[in-house]
Design a binder for this molecule. Sequence first.
Ligand code: GAP
Length: 435
Amino acid sequence: MAADFDTIVNLSKRRGFVFQSSEIYGGLRSAYDYGPLGTELLRNVKDQWWRSMVQLRDDVVGIDSAIIQAPAVWEASGHLSSFSDPLVECRSCNSRHRLDKLDDPDRCPTCGNAGTFTEPREFNLMFKTHMGPVETDENVVYLRPETAQGIFINFENVRRTARMKIPFGIAQIGKSFRNEITPGQFVFRTREFEQMEMEYFVHPDDAPRAFQEWVEARRDWYLDLGMSPENLQLRKHEPDELAHYAAEVYDVDYRFPWGWDELEGIANRTDFDLKAHMERSGEDLTFFDPETDQRFVPYVIEPAAGATRTTFAFLLDSYREEEVRGETRAVLALDPRLAPVKVAVLPLSKKPDLVDTTEKVAAQLRGRWQIEVDVTQSIGKRYRRQDEIGTPYCVTVDFDSLDDGQVTVRDRDTMNQDRIAIDRVGDYLADRLPG
Ligand code: GAP
């Protein structure tokens, strides 16, 4: 079972992981700002995804496409006609709900009255705005609701310039926007969020194999980064829940405090998108394989994850409370690759000699890892803070350090302490931390 929802929301605010957007103006619902620690954690999640999806593979390259694209993209992709959720409004209290997410489709969860809903209407989730100074229908553009279409419309550009041969993938990380009817559960469902998506182009006959391979690879990515196996499951979509473009989908689900919910979807999108863009644009997006002398429209296997949602899941999953010498210790047992701060350097007191030595230690480590130097409060309180933000190692400079040239390195998980020569601290940590 993941950590308690309120505990993580409070920790996020208190330690500076996540803040409500526009907080000084009362807060904007469903948008969030990432503080210093949240920014590092989110960045580490994205870096680990990029490393496994692009850097460690010969068959995947990355792009960074625009958020605003030609409206024809969304016509072709089917988002203008089909990217909607069923919206009902309560005639009694005027609250709005997503019909397919209600426990009882006849009872309003806000006021408790039954039989008060309007007929459901399909509500398109795309944010609309205007391009240029004139607000006319001709100037309407949309903020992208998924990063995927920026990949499809660049299929030929990337294939040609990166000289890719099928099977190959194009990966992208970036912001997406959805005017969700019922945002909520903190950063789980927001109207502005970040996605990590990869479109893997294959021969149609190869699609079932590639699909299976990516489903397993993506589940393993979460496990490799330390997510608890008992909080992770694969779930096959029923035919009636498949998105308009998908032939088959598996979700990687996480056991959130409110139950199992989606972290990532892996879809077989067939040739739906490339065909749709070929028809709408008139461009040739087929692939010619000289080895088989065959021309075909590639099928696409798409692992689509949420960076912000995954960051939240790692916070929930890594939180522990344990009894240590009669006191409760809260720890984020994050994998060191994800931890926002890798090493904290802590002088036992603010005496100038100790602070000078602390700075010497810090200079050795800075530039290799994200470090924090903390001189305030008692050493016990500083350890508690570092445990609670998931820092794998604390290096303490004490009065003996001035005489013996050694410091104490404390391990977050075991709380074991090793006495290490100052000029060896970098090597000692390099053996234990990612580069
Ligand atoms: N290109 C396919 C696609 O966008 P999706 O299942 O709608 O598929 C992929 O989105 C992932 O993006 C989800 O599994 C989730 O992690 C994340 N995501 C989607 N909507 C979100 C929202 N409103 N807030 C936060 N994350 C969201």
